[in-house]
Design a protein around this ligand. Structure first.
Ligand SMILES: [Zn+2]
Length: 89
């Protein structure tokens, strides 16, 4: 499947917020991929390009919107949930 192609990339530590939807007769996908936080912009760019090629190799995916996250850093929505949880809600 598409998601496993992304997760199989050696530089990807995790994938979340993966969505795929039809746009006419093709599929567009969106996902967040966690990568090392110390990557250079060039390295991150190359990974993103590779991930896009991987998912576009799956018929009938036409395009991919990829958001790279630094691994281990909670995003605001995750951090918000954690904060509310630890506050005892
Ligand atoms: Zn994310």
């Amino acid at each position: 499947m598409i998601g496993s192609r992304v997760r199989d990339h050696p530089e990807v530590h995790g994938v979340h917020d993966f969505v795929a939807y039809y746009s006419g007769h093709v599929i567009e996908v969106e996902f967040h991929a966690e990568v090392d936080r110390d990557l250079t912009v060039v390295e991150a760019h190359d990974i993103e390009s590779e991930l896009r090629e991987r998912v576009r190799g799956v018929e009938p995916v036409s395009d991919a919107r990829i958001h790279l996250d630094p691994a281990g850093v909670g995003e605001w929505k995750d951090a918000d949930v954690a904060a509310r949880t630890s506050a005892g809600g």
